[in-house]
Design a protein around this ligand. Structure first.
Ligand SMILES: Cc1ncc(COP(=O)(O)O)c(C=O)c1O
Length: 380
């Protein structure tokens, strides 16, 4: 499709991919686990075996590479499979830097792997200017991993600012952009080398797929190592999930815009609620990175926010227990709104305040969402 068409057009038309045999406007699902060799011993379509090769998977990979302005994209069985493929492709003993508060599953995995000597990790508040420099080891650090906005405090990290520092130290900058999505932020355009998404979230957007994605600015050495890792180990996405993901991507811009509009209205409304001590949302002027978010997030601030309930964990759990429309479930980025007492899922080692409820705002009518929250916040 034309270089000049906008992301919305490219997404809605899945880059113009169609089914070529009958002219179907939707690309088919290829289910084959293996492909036939020609008599001359070649594979004419370049597709060999299903552990890594599947034409259905290639379609959303092409869409993601194009939308994120990367050279290549690789899909994985989950967001965790995608993220860990990057770290598992680093040499033994590599030095890694990651956020102190981030998606807890990855934080735990990094800590566990560091504890058995696979690599060393420094966790730092990378959204605070100057924090990176304190832990960065020039010409030694292999990768700096950031998440912006970050789970579940929604701090925003300046990708452009960090990219210069990271590159000057000879390291790679990777961004978990799950919450921003390519609709709000394009990390590769801001200097990052790798973008990661839990495609389980906004990219698919319907709570019916678990998948992950990596998009590489350039297909250099690290890309090839990650690609070999996926080929050799096999943490691949299924063909049906890839097809559903492609379907979800077609409406990404509409879903993200609506979620962001709803989230902003909810954040503003909750900011003055007497039972809420704090609303964490980059779209509120009192947020510490509000101006950065305005610059880095193309006019919207994301569909995720957290609220802190006066009275601690019990009060927060009781509010979550009273909602009728919001679904009490973990995960984020889907069309339906979810509410979660975050400390309950992260367990006793969590760094998240125990009075915090995480809200993943969907695309419902916002007045319904607000009314439901307000009735749940009413004291008996
Ligand atoms: C920001 C972020 N990154 C990564 C992940 C991991 O993705 P997955 O659950 O698809 O493995 C999650 C999951 O909640 C997430 O929220």
């Amino acid at each position: 499709m034309s270089e000049s068409w906008s992301a919305e057009t490219l997404l809605a038309q899945a880059l113009g991919e169609v089914e070529s045999e009958f002219g179907g406007v939707v690309p088919p699902i290829h289910v084959s686990a293996t492909y036939i060799r020609s008599p001359d011993n070649s594979y004419p379509a370049g597709v060999v075996y299903g552990r890594d090769d599947n034409p259905t998977v290639r379609v959303p990979e092409r869409v993601l590479a194009r939308i994120e302005n990367g050279e290549e994209a690789l899909l994985f069985a989950s967001g965790m499979a995608a993220a860990t493929a990057v770290f598992e492709s680093l040499p033994i003993g590599a030095h890694i830097i990651a956020p102190r508060i981030m998606y807890w599953g990855l934080h735990k995995w990094l800590s566990d792997r560091a504890a058995i000597g696979r690599f060393s990790v420094d966790f730092a508040d990378l959204h605070i200017p100057g924090a990176l420099e304190k832990v960065l080891r020039p010409q030694q650090t292999a990768i700096v991993w950031i998440e912006t906005p970050s789970n579940p405090m929604w701090r925003v990290t300046d990708i452009k600012l960090l990219a210069d520092t990271v590159h000057a130290a000879g390291a790679v900058l990777a961004v978990d952009s799950t919450v921003a999505t390519p609709i709000l932020t394009r990390p590769l355009d801001l200097g990052a080398d790798i973008v990661m998404h839990s495609a389980t979230k906004y990219l698919n957007g319907h709570s019916d797929v678990v998948a992950g994605a990596l998009i590489f600015k350039h297909t250099g050495e690290l890309y090839h190592r990650v690609q070999s890792y996926r080929h050799d180990v096999g943490p691949i996405v299924g063909h049906f999930e890839a097809w559903l993901l492609l379907r979800g991507l077609r409406t990404l811009h509409l879903r993200v815009s609506k979620s962001c509009e709803n989230a902003l209205s909810i954040a503003r409304r909750m900011a003055n609620h007497q039972r809420i001590s704090e609303v964490l949302y980059p779209g509120l002027p009192e947020h510490p990175e509000y101006f950065l978010a305005r610059k880095q997030m193309s006019g919207y601030f994301g569909g995720m926010l957290s609220i802190r309930i006066e009275g601690g964990a019990d009060a927060a759990i009781s509010v979550a227990g009273k909602v009728k429309l919001w679904k009490r479930a973990t995960s984020l980025g889907s069309v339906e709104s979810l509410i979660e007492h975050r400390a309950s899922i992260e367990g006793p080692t969590t760094l998240v305040p125990e009075d915090l409820l995480r809200l993943s705002v969907g695309i419902e009518e916002v007045t319904d969402l607000i009314a439901d929250l307000e009735q749940a916040l009413k004291l008996p």
